[in-house]
Write a protein that binds this ligand. Structure first.
Ligand SMILES: [Zn+2]
Length: 279
């Protein structure tokens, strides 16, 4: 076997390509640290339909001569796959439809392995930090992230949720607020929305209803002492016991103790003196 053939087979194995797909050539651009891998397929092959997912549909024609997907790096090289995009005559759809390819979901400019790596990174860091590591625009990473988040959210079932907690956090360097609702039993964020006023509770109620749930099933609602949350829970979740969480109450107690301490120090200056060392 010629070295070049062995070489291409190595890429084929690394990409886990199966018939009818195969690697036809590769190009290294050493100056720009880029590797381009070109694929083709046997015209006698069958493909899954991208619309309905039915497997083994016969090849019909080529709809795009060459599509490009960003892939995980091979060594230090930014790597891209190039391939023609086939169409199939789909029995199920009873039409000619685009085929799906094994390395990428329809419509994505990344391979699945690249996307999964992005998803792993964004669990640990902000999207723009992940974009720097992957050497990719963060807007493209956001698009990937939105796709997978929406896909998971579509499957979300909130019918069993009974105990929740809400808290706000600031986004965009403190200029905007986001409220997060957590399922206390599952220890999982189940809803996020902009703002921290009473309307956030109204939106959570609407979300519950679209995900097989109802406001009446919520037995416990935990939050800080924000009047907006107190009002929102009372209005939209009348069945819930409203508990104020320990963290926020202790914070208030500590602030009160500090205030009293400062007041006493003003009134009794001796308290300000440093303690005398008796040793
Ligand atoms: Zn189909």
């Amino acid at each position: 076997m010629k070295t070049n053939e062995q070489d291409l087979e190595m890429y084929q194995a690394a990409l886990q390509l199966e018939y009818p797909w195969y690697v036809i050539r590769k190009e290294f651009d050493l100056n720009n640290g880029r590797l381009d891998i070109y694929l083709d397929f046997d015209r006698k092959g069958n493909f899954p339909c991208a619309t309905c997912g039915t497997k083994n549909q016969p090849f019909y024609d080529i709809v795009v001569k060459e599509r490009v997907w960003r892939h995980l790096d091979f060594w230090q090289y930014t790597s891209f796959l190039h391939a023609p995009l086939p169409r199939v005559r789909c029995e199920q759809c009873d039409k000619v439809k685009a085929a799906s390819v094994s390395w990428s979901r329809p419509g994505s400019g990344f391979t699945e392995l690249f996307e999964f790596r992005v998803l792993e990174l964004v669990k640990e860091m902000p999207v723009n930090a992940a974009a720097r590591i992957m050497r990719e625009h963060d807007t493209r990473l956001w698009r990937t992230l939105r796709f997978y988040v929406d896909k998971e959210l579509e499957k979300q079932d909130l019918s069993k949720v009974t105990k929740v907690a809400i808290d706000e956090t600031s986004s965009k360097r403190g200029h905007q607020y986001v409220s997060l609702v957590v399922d206390i039993q599952q220890r999982k964020v189940i809803f996020a929305t902009e703002g921290k006023d009473a309307s956030t509770l109204k939106r959570f109620k609407a979300e519950l209803e679209t995900k097989n749930g109802a406001a009446e099933q919520i037995e416990e609602f935990c939050s800080d002492l924000s009047p907006a949350f107190i009002q929102g829970v009372k209005t939209h979740f009348p069945n819930a016991n409203h508990t104020f969480d320990k963290f926020h109450i202790l914070k208030l107690i500590n602030e009160a103790v500090d205030e009293v301490r400062r007041q006493e120090q003003r009134e009794i200056p001796e308290l300000k003196k440093k303690p005398v060392c008796l040793a």
